[in-house]
Design a protein. Structure first.
Lengths: 838, 103
């Protein structure tokens, strides 16, 4: 309810900036402050994300684009009138009147009326089939008209025009044209060379670009049939989208007698006050510092300035950086700082790669010390770094071309995001600085993008800063963790790597001996499996012999994966995914006999679930008799080497991927490592085996094999990186030997190869130097160590099946042969499933 | 009488079925001690404590449930990494190669 002390605020316009103002006002509100907020919007929908409007045609719904659900306004006590523009402002009485006749009094009025499309006065512009590109309604009209159109054009080759052109492509028109008056595309953001590169990229995607075209007339009867240009050329089209710029919506302000600019825009001061101090203007309707800020980030900043002042704070709107980065029809385009400054005021460095469609330009100050601005087309990964370097006036390295070319040889240039000053703005949409993000990550433990979005809103606007936010999370965590010595647990004051060396040097082979020599206390569930894994990686002896069975993690202890309810699953090895009909039948028979649920795994094998502990040796006895071996699905060890069908059957295959996969799997089966290992072999570049998502993956080439390493699926997928090209099988295996042994010897516990590489100083270059170039001179030793492990491999399940002593431990009860009576199953799709957790 | 000494691996556990109850018995050979607890972990009601790894936290002997690594004191049964849980412990006596548990 409104009380006497409520401050009455009326917001005219419910676009992105108007919405953001409400959000900021609520979040900045101090205890005791009360606002009665009324919002008038002209459109039938509450504020939506206009920046990503073209995604409407790529499948996003109006709901997906919405900034906040209809409930949000009600929940926060905001009165929202939609389809109801304000038509009159009475500044004497301080009230507004809406189209539907609502009269609302205000203490402060915020104009957030935005802008409309600028439609040039070309004869014929009123014809059917001519549209503007501004609202969801416009898009719906375009969508419906496009169904009967074949050839479409966009008038305007700026940022919005190219977005609209993407929409035409998405709508499936046969021809899509872009017509621009200026001699280049995106004339406000990029230079001629950048425009040429962008043009060739867009043309390769099917857009037809017409530059330096002045449209004289839109031809046709009731409907558009073509465009007549000043150079006497003609373009045959049956629909046209005009995107020739924006025009601030200042008509209400004019009627109310507020000062406006002759070329449009409500004039505001640094506090964003109009000529009436009780009326503010924000977003694209406001003319601040003699310009219209047609981007979302400065719009949000304006919203924040007014929200700050209305809640008793002080803030000014300063001239705002107009740097942008966006993806236009799949091509990255970015410009920052002053992109156009010319020599002699600066030194310009240009890089152009037509084969890859990449153009980069940076403008370095004449003294070579600071970055003034630049342009990126085709590849804009460095945008965030460059923008910050430019804004923070960071002193440049002597070879400033490294900024866009990357360092060629030697260490990575600079120290990345962590070298930025704390006040560097990372998320410009929400004004979140590096310092704020690092604080949230380091002090408050918000270490994921989602958590950061919640606590400080970083990355919730355009999303362009997210890669940088990720790097910051990584950087802060690294500062906190990686250089701290990572000891195993309270029982061992060593890192895994140190312990491995000690155990090897002293030839220790039991957990008890390792604890006696190098540890203290009685061990625990952290150090026991770790030491057991080290011993397996060093000596490859049966993991259930000596005192090791009780030091193994639950899965390794019973050589099977424990599942809900306490039963186990069984995975026989099926190398390369190749299996005979006879073996398939045996698996089926075993599953029937022991009542097991069967499922194909992601690694081209068959998993048998629901086995009683006491049945495991009998199940394996039958499998081993049929020629199967353990699949080590339970171990931190090599799992499977997937393969595609390869050149033996596939008409595209260039090498026999199945045979090589089987060879690789047989070579490394049973190899125990800091974490599980997955591999795959593909028979050609189509990569059906998905080798690039594996710890080590092999892809056939015409000349041999390409070896990729350190890929990962899982929750944080990472592509594997190329380690060697066109090598023969022998070389490939030698490199894998070295790579795997190096990983086993140096990785932290429970660290997959991808994470291991990410933490490695020098990264892929260093790994390559060690594994391929053997700079440490340990190549031969790594190969020898691997060969020793391979030579002593035995199927551990066969050893258990053949040993009455080991078999004895596979019972649920030690004093009776009955099975665990608490195990129950439920039926599901003609098989069984585990009963849900109690 | 629950089982014989050989039935329980050194520094590990085994489960005995006693009077309709599942009891986990541990031969903590490194300390020369024997322990007995519920076999059921109170976290997800799984019958698997006997399959867990034993060890120590400071001086306190403990066992870790293999499912989600809740660890319990073998002396008091208190869960050491979640205050909410506790298991029952029982006195154990070993005589002439036989293990006795008092329920």
């Amino acid at each position: 309810m409104k009380t006497v002390s409520d401050t009455r605020i009326v917001v005219v316009g419910n676009g992105m900036v108007g919405y953001k103002f409400c959000e900021k006002l609520l979040s900045r509100k101090k205890d005791g402050q009360q606002f009665a907020i009324t919002v008038f919007g002209e459109e039938p929908r509450a504020a939506y994300d206009r920046v990503h409007l073209s995604e409407f045609f790529a499948g996003k719904s109006a709901d997906d684009l919405s900034m906040a659900g209809a409930g949000w306004y009600a929940e926060n006590g905001i009165r929202l009138f939609l389809s109801d523009p304000v038509v009159d402002i009475d500044r004497e009485e301080k009230l507004v009147r809406s189209h539907h006749g609502h009269i609302v009094y205000y203490d402060y009025l915020v104009m957030a009326t935005g802008s409309g499309a600028f439609v040039p006065s070309i004869p014929g512009v009123e014809k059917d089939g001519v549209f503007v590109y501004r609202t969801i309604e416009d898009l719906e009209l375009i969508q419906s008209y496009a169904k009967k159109a074949r050839k479409g054009a966009v008038l305007g080759g700026g940022l919005l025009g190219l977005e609209a052109a993407k929409a035409l492509l998405d709508l499936g028109l046969e021809e899509a044209h872009v017509v621009e008056f200026a001699p280049r595309l995106m004339p406000r953001q990029i230079d001629d060379a950048g425009s040429r590169m962008l043009q060739s990229q867009l043309e390769s995607l099917g857009l037809q670009i017409h530059l330096s075209k002045s449209t004289q007339e839109i031809k046709g009867g009731d409907c558009i049939e073509g465009m007549q240009f000043g150079d006497n050329t003609f373009l045959d089209v049956d629909m046209l989208v005009i995107s020739a710029g924006i025009r601030p919506r200042d008509e209400i302000a004019k009627i109310a007698g507020l000062e406006t600019h002759p070329r449009g825009g409500i004039v505001v001061n640094n506090q964003l006050q109009t000529s009436d101090p009780f009326i503010f203007a924000i977003g694209e309707c406001a003319l601040a510092h003699h310009m219209i800020y047609g981007l979302i980030a400065p719009g949000y900043e304006m919203a924040d300035v007014v929200a700050t002042m209305l809640t008793g704070g002080e803030k000014e709107f300063l001239p705002y950086d107009m740097s942008t980065k966006l993806k236009l029809i799949g091509t990255d385009v970015a410009s920052f700082g002053d992109p156009f400054v010319e020599e002699p005021a600066c030194k310009t460095i240009r890089y152009e790669n037509k084969a890859k469609g990449v153009y980069k330009r940076i403008n370095v100050s004449a003294d070579g010390k600071t970055l003034l601005g630049g342009i990126l087309v085709g590849e804009a990964e460095q945008y965030n770094m460059l923008l910050q370097t430019c804004k923070a006036k960071t002193i440049l390295p002597p070879d400033s071309e490294d900024l866009i070319l990357g360092s060629r040889g030697g260490e990575e240039a600079g120290a990345g995001v962590m070298s930025l000053p704390d006040d560097a703005l990372i998320c410009s949409c929400e004004a979140v600085t590096k310092g704020m993000i690092c604080h949230e990550v380091g002090e408050n433990g918000h270490t994921t993008i989602d958590a950061l979005k919640k606590c400080c809103k970083a990355g919730t606007g355009c999303g362009g800063c997210i890669p940088m936010v990720k790097d910051l999370i990584g950087g802060v965590l690294k500062e906190k963790g990686v250089y701290v010595r990572n000891v195993v647990c309270e029982h061992f004051d060593y890192s895994r790597q140190e312990l491995l060396d000690l155990v090897k040097m002293n030839g220790l082979k039991t957990y008890g001996a390792v604890l006696d020599h190098h540890g203290k206390g009685d061990g625990c569930e952290v150090c026991k499996p770790l030491v057991a894994s080290l011993l397996a990686s060093l000596w490859n002896e049966n993991i259930l012999t000596k005192d090791l069975a009780v030091a193994q993690d639950s899965n390794d202890r019973y050589l099977a994966n424990i599942q809900k309810g306490g039963t186990y699953s069984v995975v026989p090895r099926i190398p390369g995914g190749e299996i005979t009909p006879e073996k398939l039948i045996v698996i089926g028979q075993v599953a029937q006999k022991y009542n097991l649920y069967t499922k194909i795994t992601g690694g081209q094998r068959i998993d048998l679930f629901g086995a009683h502990l006491g049945d495991l040796p009998d199940i394996w006895e039958e499998l081993i008799d049929a020629g199967f071996e353990s699949g080590h699905a339970y171990g931190k060890s090599l799992r499977t080497v997937k393969s595609c069908v390869g050149s033996t059957w596939c008409r595209f295959g260039v090498q026999d991927s199945v045979s090589f996969a089987i060879e690789v799997e047989d070579r490394y089966k049973g190899l125990r490592s800091p974490h599980k290992l997955k591999s795959a072999v593909s028979g050609c570049v189509r990569e059906c085996a998905e080798a690039q998502s594996k710890d080590f993956g092999i892809i056939a080439t015409e000349k041999g094999w390409n070896l990729f390493v350190c890929g990962n699926g899982g929750s944080k997928p990472q592509h594997a990186q190329l380690l060697a090209t066109d090598v023969d099988k022998e070389t490939c295996l030698r490199l894998i030997d070295r790579f795997l042994m190096f990983y086993i010897k140096t990785a932290d516990p429970l660290t997959r190869t991808a994470t291991w590489l990410n933490k490695m100083e020098g990264g892929m270059n260093y790994l390559k130097a060690v594994v391929v170039d053997d700079v440490l001179g340990i190549g031969a030793e790594l190969e020898r160590d691997m060969q020793n492990l391979i030579d002593v491999y035995k199927c551990e399940w066969r050893e258990v099946v053949e040993s009455p002593e080991l078999r004895k431990r596979f019972t649920h009860f030690v004093n009776t042969p009955i099975k665990d009576p608490t195990i129950t199953f439920e039926g599901m799709r003609e098989q069984k499933r585990a009963t849900e957790w109690a | 009488m629950a089982c014989s000494v050989d039935d329980i691996p050194e520094n590990g556990g085994g489960c005995a079925f006693i009077s309709g109850k599942q009891i986990a018995i541990f031969n903590f050979a490194r300390r020369g001690e024997w322990y007995a607890t519920d076999n059921q972990c109170p976290h997800r009601q799984q019958m698997a404590i006997a399959r867990g790894m034993i060890g120590s936290q400071n001086e306190e002997p403990k066992v870790a449930c293999p499912f989600h690594k809740k660890t319990f004191s073998l002396q008091t049964g208190q869960c050491l990494n979640d205050d909410e849980y506790r298991i029952n412990t029982f006195p154990v006596m070993v005589k002439e190669n036989r293990v006795y548990v008092a329920l």
